[in-house]
Design a protein around this ligand. Sequence first.
Ligand code: ADP
Length: 366
Amino acid sequence: MNLSSRTIAILIALLVAGVLTTFAYVMPGLPVREAFLAGGVTVAACFLLVYLSFEALIFREINGIYTGLEHIKRKEFKKLSNKFLFRPEPLKRLRDEILDTAERRQQEFDELKRLQVLRREFLADVSHELKTPLFAAQGFVHTILDEEEDGEEGMDPATRRKFLQKAAASLDALDTLVQDLVTISQLEKGVVRMRRQRFDLVELIEEIFELLEQQARQRGATLALFPPHLSATGLPVVADRNRIRQVLVNLIDNALKYGREVGGQVVVSLATGREGVRIAVRDNGAGIAPEHQGRIFERFYRIEKSRSRAAGGSGLGLAISKHIVEAHKSSIRIHSVVGEGTTMEFKLPRPKHAPPVQVRPVGPRG
Ligand code: ADP
């Protein structure tokens, strides 16, 4: 039976009044009319007393819990009311406990749902990315084998070599992708520790310029350090040299790949300030539209899917770079104007007792 606070109050009031009226009636000397009047007054008083107590003490609290749970279900966490006129301690604690637990559970549940969606997307991306180079290599190798089986003489050596080179290039891309996947999963798990070592940033940049020189020449692009006099003085920083090398290779490589097709200029500028050294990699390419600027640091996000993939990147370069720079307590800032070019910038600390090298501003503009 479903009893509301009102029904319970009426039943208790009738019971108490019935007992009292019967008692008064059987007592000698009380006329019937007064006995009924006393009965009525007792019913009304008992009803009010019991009803209000129930309402205030229990039913309102439980109603409050239900309302709170409803808000939690609708994710309106801010609407949870903490107002109460009169509330006994155990009920208050019970209510707070239930609502807190429900709120936490709901938030955990939402986070798990979000992670599940991300995991599903990541798996789909990974399998898609793995399939592309794998199928290409498989195709070239099978073509060579089929030709050997079908024809008397098989494929001519020059074509076979070309196919083998293409298969090898696809397998190299696959290798890069797998290595990048391992790196990013280790960085995300937080198992990679950044070393704190003092090294010359200028020397590192020049080493990377040498590495990418041929690629730049093929594209007719130039690589430059600004200000140029730093080549003579050097600039010490404290960071994980290998990881920062990975970041700079990626940023400079991107500046070349996505820079201007003809007459590309890539400038790496250094500036010292109170917080350390500011490193900016600038190109004069097509630039990145504002709606893509926040997203290019996501795993596998590419603006021009076909062009970016043809350029040979794994789509993980900026995601990895972002993690590495953040592990050095900085962040990659992007300034980009469509049609003018892109600048990617981050900071590294200088050694405590480094000689004062004042280098300003960050780079040539325009
Ligand atoms: P990818 O392997 O595709 O180069 P990245 O993570 O390094 O992957 O870069 C993600 C995407 O960001 C690229 O595919 C490209 O569309 C865009 N991008 C990165 N750097 C630049 C740049 N300097 N200019 C224009 N677009 C860029």
